[in-house]
Design a protein around this ligand. Structure first.
Ligand SMILES: Nc1ncnc2c1ncn2[C@@H]1O[C@H](COP(=O)(O)OP(=O)(O)OP(=O)(O)O)[C@@H](O)[C@H]1O
Ligand SMILES: [Mg+2]
Length: 274
């Protein structure tokens, strides 16, 4: 990818330590990555290699780190509406309807009620949930709930969308449908996307570049360009070759640990609607 002379996202010498039991744990070391506007970057790596931590730093939920993260040339110092995030578990509020949950994505936007309503309904249409506007999360399937979470991540029209294992809990078929939908949404909205996934096929199917991380401390092992034209064929020879290559990168050192479903840490509007 060129256009990296003016990246929309830039990680410069980023490092992150956590204090654990009186000692310190180095979660990220010397992470450097430039992401061009409109680019789709996937991050893969063993459990605990710092993928979610990187997204939390980029979204601005944790500002205690070394180095600098820039969005559009400005240092990240907190959350901002140009960045949206979707977590592995959908984190919908069970007592709010689909439209109310999506509306939470607009809490910080200076809009009239009418504009807010219109925007929410546009995004309900976009993710194909028109007949479920007033439904509660327990009345939705896993895939539908995840679509609501994606609509909430997109409703403030972010320029950058961060996705942390967004389809991890879905069955294989729904997962593929969601991947197709994500590509279609991206096509229409030209959003820069950073996807964390443990699914190498998902990364190759969707991304322009795949960042392979290695653990303890989390750092970049390799960045692989995915130059296959869209729509990508999972059964093609080139796809298969890339899959083998990435799996080898991930597992060749014998330390690969598969990620477990992420634990919900803070279920708070400021956390989900940024
Ligand atoms: N709030 C925290 N306090 C202390 N340690 C943390 C905290 N958050 C993450 N860590 C540690 O930082 C490391 C990276 O964690 P992170 O959640 O970013 O990994 P991950 O790559 O997302 O893993 P997974 O694939 O399992 O989701 C881990 O060793 C984890 O234990
Ligand atoms: Mg994680």
């Amino acid at each position: 990818m060129n256009a990296l002379t003016h990246p929309i996202v830039s990680f410069n010498h980023v490092g992150k330590l956590f204090e654990v039991d009186g000692g310190s744990l180095e979660a990220i070391r010397e992470f450097n990555l430039q992401i061009a506007e409109g680019e789709f970057v996937a991050i893969v790596g063993s459990s605990g290699c710092g993928k979610s931590t990187l997204l939390r730093l980029l979204i601005g939920l944790d500002t205690d780190f070394r180095g600098e993260i820039q969005v559009d040339g400005k240092a990240v110092t907190g959350i901002g509406s140009e960045r949206g995030i979707v977590f592995q578990e959908h984190r919908l509020f069970p007592w709010l309807t689909v439209e109310e949950n999506i509306g939470l994505g607009l809490v910080n936007e200076p809009l009239s009620n009418e504009q807010r309503q219109r925007r929410v309904h546009d995004f309900i249409d976009l993710v194909g949930l028109k007949d479920f506007t007033r439904a509660y999360p327990h009345q939705l399937s896993g895939g539908m709930a995840q679509r609501v979470a994606i609509a909430r991540g997109l409703v403030a029209s972010p320029r950058i969308l961060l996705l942390d294992e967004p389809f991890g809990a879905l069955d294989a078929l729904t997962r593929q449908q969601m991947q197709d939908e994500l590509l279609a949404i991206r096509e229409r909205a030209h959003i820069t996307t950073v996807l964390v996934t443990h699914d190498v096929e998902e990364a190759i199917f969707l991304a322009d570049r795949v960042v392979v991380m290695e653990p303890r401390p989390g750092r970049i092992k390799r960045v692989v360009d995915i130059d296959l034209p869209h729509p990508r064929q999972r059964s093609s020879f080139d796809f298969h070759q890339l899959r083998e290559e990435l799996l080898h990168e991930l597992t060749s050192d014998g330390h690969y640990v598969a990620p477990q479903p992420e634990q919900i840490r803070d279920l708070h509007p400021a956390f989900i609607a940024c």
